[in-house]
Design a protein. Structure first.
Length: 155
């Protein structure tokens, strides 16, 4: 038996743009289908929105997304909540963060630089007590990313 998990992001009208942005960050193959592609009449509002979207890279990165039917919004605080640093602690009302871990600082720095375009930087990418590189940001689509370098194994 082989089980994998994939983050499935839910957007309110921005799934297509988000997936294209993530493809520009990570590369890979993007596949998607709209509500019209699966049978919704084209004249119905929202039929051009994403019902299924997936980005997958050769090195195993995979993310899925779709547009929640209903009212579109680009106000990320309305759809995803808020995260901030206060007195050395991360304060949030979000239900999850997307973790992205690399093996080297150079590897994660390149991804950080691309993801941070239009993002809210919560904790800049820098060395920490537990990692050669750690940072926290909320991208332009409201997804909060915890980005770090895998700490050296001391076993």
């Amino acid at each position: 038996m082989s089980i994998t998990t994939t983050t499935h992001l839910n957007f309110r009208g921005t799934a297509g743009r988000a997936l294209e942005f993530y493809q520009s960050v990570f590369g890979g193959e993007l596949t998607s289908a709209t509500y019209a592609d699966v049978g919704m009449p084209a004249e119905v509002p929202g039929s051009s929105k994403i019902v299924f979207g997936q980005l997958e890279t050769d090195d195993g990165f995979r993310i899925m997304a779709y547009d929640i039917p209903g009212q579109d919004t680009t106000d990320i605080t309305e759809t995803a909540g808020v995260t901030r640093r206060e007195n050395g602690a991360t304060i949030t009302d979000r239900t999850f963060f997307q973790s992205l871990r690399g093996q080297t600082l150079a590897e994660v720095t390149g991804l950080w630089d691309r993801l941070s375009d239009g993002a809210q930087i919560i904790e800049p990418l820098a060395a920490s007590a537990w990692s050669p590189g750690f940072g926290l940001l909320t991208d332009r689509f409201g997804v909060t990313w915890v980005i770090d370098v895998a700490p050296p194994y001391n076993g």
